[in-house]
Design a protein around this ligand. Structure first.
Ligand SMILES: N[C@@H](CCC[C@H](N)C(=O)O)C(=O)O
Length: 277
């Protein structure tokens, strides 16, 4: 089976994007893993599939698969690439698009300067809905990770995040601790593990060990969850610029019950065709 694809990235968080509106696509977890493989496939952190909407009040459906083959609920950098993709492919002329994802509707908007702003929805802070096993919804909660007890904030941006504040993000044990947090038994759906360093009230530095992909150069939902965390902990104020290893994102959040707005770039790298059998 031959598949047309586009390679894109948002701050180095890279994607294989597939138009399933104009070609029929049959993806299995094994095929996703093969396409995402950096040695035997195209290589990406996530594979994004653009489909026809299944309901009248949205423009498209957008599905997200991690490099490990698992389908997940949300992807922030992917949402920015999605809106650029549907424009470049001539699938729509609209600059503001409503799109259904596994975790609900998000609204990306292509700005005049080429950046994309996405209304990522209202963050979920109740432990049970993240999901995080805890008898409390406290903002800061202890989590035993190997020999260390770390203080995390559990946030869902549609997908689950465990965010901790560290003194120096470059020295943080992202690989070792991230892998343990990702599969921690208190996160039954697994989790993305964020490590945040405060720079000032409007700037943070962030690294994220992503569920199903390992550490990526940037994570959009991770940046939203990190900003929600530092605002809830009264360490920063909206808007917050987030420095990642792949570049910068601007995040605005008005507090509990309000949606998170994320602004950043989306880049097309190349297009191609691959035989997925
Ligand atoms: N890179 C993404 C998040 C992709 C999904 C995540 N790994 C998960 O499993 O929830 C982003 O930019 O948000």
């Amino acid at each position: 089976m031959r598949l047309r694809f586009t390679k894109m990235h948002g701050l180095g968080n890279d994607f294989v994007v597939i138009d399933a509106v104009r070609q029929s696509v049959d993806l299995t977890p094994e095929r996703v893993r093969r396409l995402a493989d950096r040695h035997f496939g195209i290589g990406c952190d996530q594979l994004l599939v653009v489909e026809e909407a299944t309901r009248p009040d949205v423009d498209f459906r957008y599905r997200i698969f991690n490099a490990d083959g698992g389908e997940v609920e949300q992807c922030g950098n992917g949402a920015r690439c999605f809106v650029r993709f549907v424009h470049e492919q001539g699938l729509t002329a609209k600059r503001e698009i409503r799109v259904e994802t596994r975790s609900g509707i998000i609204a990306p908007r292509l700005e005049d300067d080429g950046l994309v702003t996405v209304d990522m929805g209202v963050p979920v802070l109740e432990a049970a809905r993240v999901p995080f096993v805890s008898d409390s919804d406290a903002v800061v909660q202890p989590l035993q990770v190997g020999d260390a007890s770390v203080a995390i904030t559990a946030v869902s941006m549609g997908n689950p995040h465990a965010v901790q504040v560290v003194a120096d993000v470059d020295a943080a044990p992202v690989a070792a601790q991230g892998a343990l947090i990702e599969r921690h038994p208190r996160f039954p759906a697994r989790v993305n593990a964020g490590f945040v360093q405060l720079v000032d009230a409007h700037r943070i530095r962030l690294r994220v060990f992503e569920r199903g992909a390992g550490e990526t150069l940037a994570c959009g939902t991770g940046a939203c969850a990190a900003v929600v965390t530092v605002i809830l902990r009264e360490l920063a104020q909206s808007p917050v610029r987030v420095e990642t290893r792949g570049g910068e994102l601007d995040i605005a959040w008005g507090g509990p019950g309000q949606p998170v707005l994320m602004t950043g770039p989306a880049v097309t790298v190349f297009a191609g065709e691959i035989d997925i059998d």
